[in-house]
Design a protein around this ligand. Structure first.
Ligand SMILES: [Fe+2]
Ligand SMILES: [Fe+2]
Length: 167
């Protein structure tokens, strides 16, 4: 097994590799069809692993938010973690949407719609926190965790199942 880059950079690297199959340095003795099939399988596996790694980061940021609140951290730290969650979620959603297009995923429409809905809700919580003097509540963080976890368990898992077996 060749050495692997860490999950985060690999997820993004894959998009580039997947988009440029003609530039691959595959061994000449393999038939083009076999090379393409192996390469496609590897891309699908790597795409799945990349998504999983990104979900760990996304959920990790929500956990960090929860811990900041429990430890009574200041508004500055909470605002910083919230900002990173919004930014990372946005990049992750774009990366996932690009993958869905690369793999011609038929259910991309409802999945993208839910991404729009989710990012809007996360941004609303962030804007509410920044605009007011009120603290972020455990209820809001619990809601964030549930929304993201539900999305991963439903829409994202349906997409990873499709990557494993597109037929
Ligand atoms: Fe998703
Ligand atoms: Fe996701």
């Amino acid at each position: 097994m060749s050495s692997r880059r860490n999950g985060l950079s690999r997820g993004h690297r894959l998009l580039i590799d997947g988009a440029l199959p003609a530039m691959s340095n595959a061994p000449k003795e393999r038939s083009p069809r076999m090379t393409q099939s192996l390469s496609t399988d590897q891309h699908q596996t790597d795409a799945r692993l990349g998504m999983e790694a990104e979900h760990e980061v996304q959920l990790g940021l929500i956990l960090a938010l929860e811990q900041s609140l429990q430890r009574g951290r200041g508004r500055g730290e909470i605002s910083d973690v919230l900002g990173r969650l919004v930014e990372y979620t946005n990049v992750h959603f774009m990366s996932e949407q690009l993958l869905m297009r690369l793999h011609a995923y038929p259910d991309i429409g409802p999945h993208e719609l839910e991404h729009d809905h989710l990012i809007e809700q996360i941004r609303r919580i962030e804007a509410g926190f920044i605009a007011s003097d009120s603290e972020l509540t455990a209820i809001e963080i619990g809601m964030l965790k549930r929304l993201v976890a539900d999305h991963i368990r439903t829409h994202d898992q349906a997409f990873t199942r499709y990557l494993s077996d597109p037929a």
